[in-house]
Each structure stands twice: as C-alpha cells, then as structure tokens.
Design a protein around this ligand. Structure first.
Ligand code: PLP
Length: 385
C-alpha cells in the first residue's frame, strides 16, 4: 500500500521507535516520585522538553506536555477565557482545524469572530490588519492562525500575523501541527501559544505540547495534580516525550531534502493537471508544504463512487479533506473558505507524504489515479490517453 495520509497520522519514525522502546525500559517510574528511578524519569522528561524547546526557539519552562493538539487547543481557549477581559472576543481564521474552532466556540460562545481567508487558501492579512486597527468590540483575547493548513498544505502568514498582533498587545495562538517536523521549527517559539502534535511527524499518537508565554500564570484545563508546574495535571508520558523529541530532532535533520521533495510533488501535480481534464490543484498559486497536495479530480461516471475508495482499492491510502471531516456530508469549511463549490468539495483528494516517501511512490500514485480516471471517469468528460 502506498501511504499518502501523513497529515492524518504518520507512521512511527525509526528514531522515535528506538527512543520510545529505550525509554520504556530505562524509565519505568513516575517522574514525580522522589526515589532515584523517579528522578531519572524526570531528568529524561526534562531533557526531552529542553530539546523540543531549543528546536522551537522557546524557553523550556514555556512548554507543557499534552496528549496532542486537540487537548492543547482546548487548554489554550479555556485559559484565555479565564484570564481575558470580560466580554472580549476570540478571533480565529476561517481555515482553522475543528479542534481550534470548537474549543474557541466552547469557551467564547458568541464572542467568536471568524477571520476571512483569501481564495488561494491563506488568511486575508489585510482584513486582520484592518480589524486590529478598528476592533468592533475591542481588541480580542487572542487571534488564532495555524502555521500550515492540514487540508491543502497552504502555508499561512503566521509570522506577519504575529507581528500585527504583537504591535497591539494581542497574543497569537499558532496551531503548528502540520508545520512541525516538515519545515524548520525555529521561530515558532516567538508565538505566544503554539500547539503541536507528535503523530503527524513520526512520534507516537497521544503526545503533544502547548507552548505558553514563559513565566505567565496558566489556568489549567486538566486539574488534579501539580504536574507540569500546575498547568496540566496527570502523570506524564515520559517515553512519549522522549520519542517526541527524538522524532522532531530527526525530522529537523531532513530539511536539506525539502527542495527535491517539492520537485517530486510538482511533477506529480503537473502530470495530473495535464492528463485529467478539468483537474486543478488547490492553492496551486501559493506556497504549500512539500508533502501535501489537495486536488480536484474530474467526476467519476458513477457519482456514488468516491475517488478515495477507488484509490484505496488501487493500493493508495489517501484522504478527502480533513480526516476529522471524512464520513460527514458537510462540505469542508476550508474548501468553502477557498471558494470551492459544495458539489465539488466532496471529490477533493488529499495526498500527504512523509520523509520515507520516494519519488517513485509519487509516480506510482499518479499512475493509479490516471488508471482510475481511464476506467471509471465520467463519459462526458473528454478522456485523454
Ligand atoms: N490541528 C491540525 C492542523 C491538525 O491537522 C490536527 C489533526 O488532524 C489537529 C490539530 C489535531 O491533532 P491531534 O490529533 O493531536 O489532536
């Protein structure tokens, strides 16, 4: 099976696997325990925190281990709702992952403002600038903008958004889930809050972090113990943290390969657009993650047949939009924000590769797609050889 669904979950990376197994063996104790095995576990946990913080360019004390980005998002908005001026809004981009949307809605209710996106799939920065200059209900408790979109791979102008926000003292929440492990993480540490999740880049599922402003107080969402300096109760997952740090460090060492991998993806896209009538790549005109392509293929003759199911039968694991949105009839909010018609968005395919994906994997996936079109494509769409 050609696995092209890394944006949903990536397989465990070799470094993470070794680190996880070793840590399970070597640190069987609770890192809060005062005996020596406990202390050794704590040292391993803190060394993993130091490593991730240094990769992000953040202070170790600003990092809180969590179970993943969904928990980090819930924790951030619970905290912000607890500390912000009564009545203040949360502003989030129209492109955010459902975990950010729903957490903001849960804790801010009606006081949620959606920032518009431009049709090529990035936040409309001019609209954010204008709103920050003339905030309709006062400055918000925070602005949330992801670093890279999970459905399209489109890179977001988070650095510019952070500068605009910092100039007026508004914190930026950056969901870096799809950026981490794919593009250099340095610089993310300047964002006030950063959400990260290990299973998108080779660390075990169930391991993530939240970067908070260093030294600031934090209203914990998960209560019941003093772990993580009172910011997240519960016994820490030492082996998970060690594996997370190992996977991130391993991925950071791969960045020299990015331009080659962009080339593989570009060739895949060019051939598809040339050979499948009416096919288009979403966000083609803007910068995207090297690993992701979201494209709209021509319809299949039997409109009940789904491309993603045909691909699975052909040996390619891909996805249609967000994994969280699959199975729902509701069209993707990201594609809607980019102006994709609801009737078309159902057909959009997302292929997301990993560091282990080869050029020939991209070529074989392209051949499977072309084969499906030749066998099952709608007869009214002109077929090309
Ligand atoms: N944010 C983005 C951009 C994602 O793609 C995902 C997962 O699909 C999440 C957050 C949620 O991550 P987790 O599975 O760690 O809760």
């Amino acid at each position: 099976m050609l696995y092209f669904d890394h944006n949903a979950t990536a397989p465990l990376s070799p470094a993470a696997r070794i680190a996880w197994l070793e840590a399970q063996e070597r640190y069987p104790a609770n890192p809060s325990s005062l005996h020596r095995p406990g202390q050794r576990a704590e040292v391993a946990l803190e060394s993993a925190r130091d490593s991730v913080a240094s990769i992000l360019g953040a202070s170790p004390s600003s990092l809180v281990w969590t179970s993943g980005a969904t928990e980090s998002a819930a924790a951030v908005f619970a905290h912000l709702a607890g500390v912000s001026r009564p009545g203040s809004e949360a502003w989030i981009s129209a492109l955010e992952h459902p975990c950010v949307q729903e957490a903001a809605r849960r804790f801010f209710g009606e006081r949620l403002r959606i920032l518009p996106a431009a049709t090529h799939g990035t936040l409309d920065l001019a609209a954010l600038r204008e709103l920050l200059q003339h905030p309709p209900a006062g400055l918000p408790a925070a602005v949330a903008l992801m670093a890279a979109n999970n459905e399209t791979g489109v890179l977001q102008p988070w650095q510019e958004a952070r500068e605009l926000c910092a100039a007026v003292g508004v914190p930026l929440v950056c969901d870096a889930t799809q950026w981490l492990g794919r593009l250099p993480a340095k610089g993310l540490g300047v964002c006030d809050y950063v959400l990260g999740s290990g299973h998108k880049f080779g660390a075990p599922v169930g391991m993530g972090f939240l970067k908070t402003p260093a030294g600031g107080g934090f209203h914990p969402l998960v209560v019941g113990g003093p772990q993580e300096e009172g910011r997240r109760a519960g016994t820490q997952n030492v082996a998970g943290a060690v594996a997370f740090a190992a996977a991130l460090a391993e991925a950071e060492g791969m960045h020299g390969q990015i331009s080659g991998r962009l080339g593989w993806r570009r060739s895949f896209e060019e051939r598809l657009v040339l050979e499948l009538p009416g096919a288009s790549v979403l966000g083609a005109e803007t910068e995207r993650l090297w690993n992701t392509v979201a494209f709209l293929p021509p319809p299949l003759a039997d409109c009940r047949q789904r491309w993603v199911v045909r691909l699975d039968a052909g040996g390619v694991a891909a996805s249609s939009g967000s994994a969280c949105a699959s199975g729902k009839e509701k069209p993707s909010h990201v594609l809607a924000a980019m102006g994709v018609a609801a009737a078309d968005s159902d057909r959009v395919l997302r292929l997301s590769s990993g560091w282990g994906t080869t050029e020939s994997d991209w070529e074989r996936a392209g051949a499977v797609i072309r084969g499906i079109y030749q066998r099952f494509g709608a007869p009214n769409a002109p077929k090309r050889a």
